[in-house]
Design a protein. Structure first.
Lengths: 391, 58
């Protein structure tokens, strides 16, 4: 029978913080500034890895660095297992690091050093609790800070190659304190190489203009890949040109053109099927325009959405409720590492972390340090809930 | 374990004993999401859960 249970909520009144707690918070703020000041664009994560390794070792933990340069640390043993997976890299471009009240500004503050800090601090606090617990076989928690998420996800691919499988995973990206990302669209990055015959620009009727094929092909892709007339949004297939190259001289009809296109695929659709359809569309275009079109795909990512009632979603939901927050489960139009991990191992995955994702990759990104701490506390409780909840 | 009926497809949804108010459950048949609105002596009330979709993302 269901009891009219409720998770005890923390009193809303602020309790006086002890001097030891204040000292810990101050030292964590200093550490956060250090992490932010350590420039770590994709491919240059070695320095931040050294700092994180030394930080974890100072807590008596035994981190390791894998072949790709990811930093990994594990505590506990047995089942279930949970992975905290933030990324260490940022997009390139140095920004001045500054603190304005609780706001910390700097490259990667929002995407995603805030989430990295929340996960690291939560991991350290959980490790401290594990240390006091005589039964450490109640479950395993893994922290894996990965490299090159902003590029080709080399770090995550290494985890998969090394079979670092957990029963569930939480990836670190800006979402906001009460928001949890449960779904992302799939990704089909594709490029087209169009070949026709060059001609004199004074007689354009003598050939097919390769540059013009770019536009007709783009138009066909948009029309033929659309779902239910949806032109925009999370539920649509979006087709975005990300590059066009063509032309040799002002008086030559181009005989070649290249176009790169970023295609995102909604939940319920298959990226592989969309890729097949793209090949068909390119072939139809090639026949109707009497030209050669070579189609090349980069790595496909399938769309993914976790069930809102899966064990890890329940755990984070209960953790947020405990803090008096109204949880919000979000599906985003982008694509995340969680798609790849969850589908590779057939496990549940979510994405969570402090910050406003609209500030990602901008020169005005910041994160609120109090939100970093609050997200960290949510993660500590999430781990506890996850370990005790039934499947 | 108690059951609730899906408001969309009328399928029976089994609800764990340890569920709390505010948790979200999904219909195993049609996938509709519901929030636990209240729990009282084995009686559960559900309401349609808010679905948030952001045209933004990583």
């Amino acid at each position: 029978m269901i009891q009219a249970s409720s998770i005890p909520r923390r009193p809303k009144q602020l309790t006086q913080i002890s001097s030891a707690d204040q000292k810990k918070k101050d030292s964590r703020i200093q550490f956060a500034e250090k992490i932010l000041a350590t420039y770590s664009p994709s491919g240059e994560e070695a320095e931040i890895v050294t700092i994180l390794k030394s930080e974890l070792e100072s807590h008596g933990l035994s981190p390791r660095v894998d072949f790709a340069g990811n930093i990994i640390c594990e505590i506990g043993s047995g089942s279930p297992s949970l992975l905290f997976c933030p990324h260490l890299d940022t997009v390139p471009g140095r920004l001045a690091v500054r603190k304005d009240g609780n706001k910390l500004y700097g490259r990667g503050a929002c995407d995603a050093k805030g989430a990295l800090l929340s996960m690291l601090l939560a991991f350290e606090d959980i490790a401290e609790q594990f240390e006091k617990d005589p039964d450490r076989s109640q479950g395993r928690l893994i922290f894996a800070g990965v490299v090159e998420e902003e590029k080709e996800s080399r770090g995550l691919n290494q985890l998969i190659k090394d079979r670092l499988r957990a029963d569930a995973a939480i990836f670190g990206e800006p979402c906001g304190l009460n928001k949890v990302t449960i779904g992302y669209r799939g990704h089909v990055p594709v490029s087209f190489d169009i070949r026709t015959k060059e001609a004199h620009a004074s007689a354009p009727w003598t050939t097919t203009n390769a540059a013009e094929v770019v536009f007709s092909l783009y138009d066909s892709l948009r029309k033929k890949l659309s779902i239910g007339g949806n032109a925009q949004g999370v539920d649509s297939v979006s087709v975005a040109i990300t590059g066009i190259r063509s032309g040799t001289a002002h008086n030559v009809i181009p005989g070649s053109a290249k176009m790169s296109v970023d295609i995102r695929v909604p939940i319920g659709t298959s990226s592989a099927k969309v890729a097949s359809r793209i090949e068909e569309i390119a072939s139809e275009e090639s026949k109707s325009k009497h030209c050669v079109i070579a189609t090349t795909f980069a790595e496909l990512t399938e769309p993914y959405k976790a069930r809102v009632d899966c064990r890890i979603a329940r755990a984070i939901n209960r953790s947020l409720l405990k803090r008096g927050l109204k949880p919000s489960f979000v599906t985003k139009s982008g694509t995340g590492d969680m798609n790849t991990y969850a589908l590779a191992f057939g496990v549940d995955a979510l994405t969570y972390g402090p910050g406003e994702s609209k500030l990602s990759h901008t020169d005005s990104e910041f994160v609120d340090i109090q939100e970093v701490f609050a997200c960290s506390e949510v993660l500590v409780d999430t781990q506890k809930e996850f370990f005790v909840l039934r499947n | 374990m108690v059951e609730a009926e899906c408001l969309e497809c009328e399928a029976k949804m089994k609800i764990n004993d340890d569920v709390v108010v505010g948790e979200i459950i999904s219909c195993p048949d049609c996938g509709a999401d519901y929030e636990i609105a209240s729990l009282n002596n084995g009686t559960v009330t559900i309401k349609v859960a808010e679905s948030v979709k952001e045209d933004w993302g990583e």
